[in-house]
Design a protein around this ligand. Sequence first.
Ligand SMILES: [Zn+2]
Length: 264
Amino acid sequence: MKYQGLLKKMVTENAETISYYLETNSHWLNLNQLVNKTFAITFEGYECLSCHKEKKIFRQGHCYECFYEQPAVADWVMKPELSKAHLGIQDRDLAYEEKVQLQPHIVYLALSSNVKVGVTRKTQVPTRWIDQGANKALVFLEVPNRYLAGVAEVALKEFVSDKTSWQKMLKNDIAEQDLIAVKEQLKAHLPEEVKEFYIADNHVWELNYPVENYPIKVASLNLEKENFYQGTLKGVKGQYLIFEDGKVFNVRSFEGYKVNLEIA
Ligand SMILES: [Zn+2]
């Protein structure tokens, strides 16, 4: 079957095994059903997810101009501590920033390669963890806005990473670390202004990905350089397609790229 599409991050549904869906112009593909099929991916061009012009993608699915103008890709998205809507201060679009920043946020610990700390809107649980390929996750704080989540994250980053090793995540090379024990240790390092938002419940989320075989070595597919790739899908984890030959394709890194897919 042949499909055309503009790549966007895959949509997921948490269940005993996570389901993955990729949107194309004509169909939503359930990737779980396509494990062991052959994929041929051809790069066809760009389309900015914001202005929809066929301009080269600069970052996060946006062309250069949109990346520096659109409120959805401002600095506070990646650096929550820069959030200012709680002070009524505008960065790019105050109405947008109030809507996104002034809502409950979760500070969490996740095990995706080593233990990492992260921040997400409460509505993005467990989607955010799935997108990162976490095998386990544990809620640490629930705060009323993005700024406070950032304050907590900055403090906790002194002790645990805020990054995932994508290679280890994709090889399922996961450190044996106890999230609850790490949470108990880190509790003492919470800044004063967020201590009241500590969540005592230690429910550990476990996430299971549709991966038949994890690769021993991984190499990422760069559609811009290679233009064409063909391989057998062995699974999906995080926002990556994993192929039999160890090639991995980070769908999220190629948002805004138009592709042809041929699946057999
Ligand atoms: Zn644009």
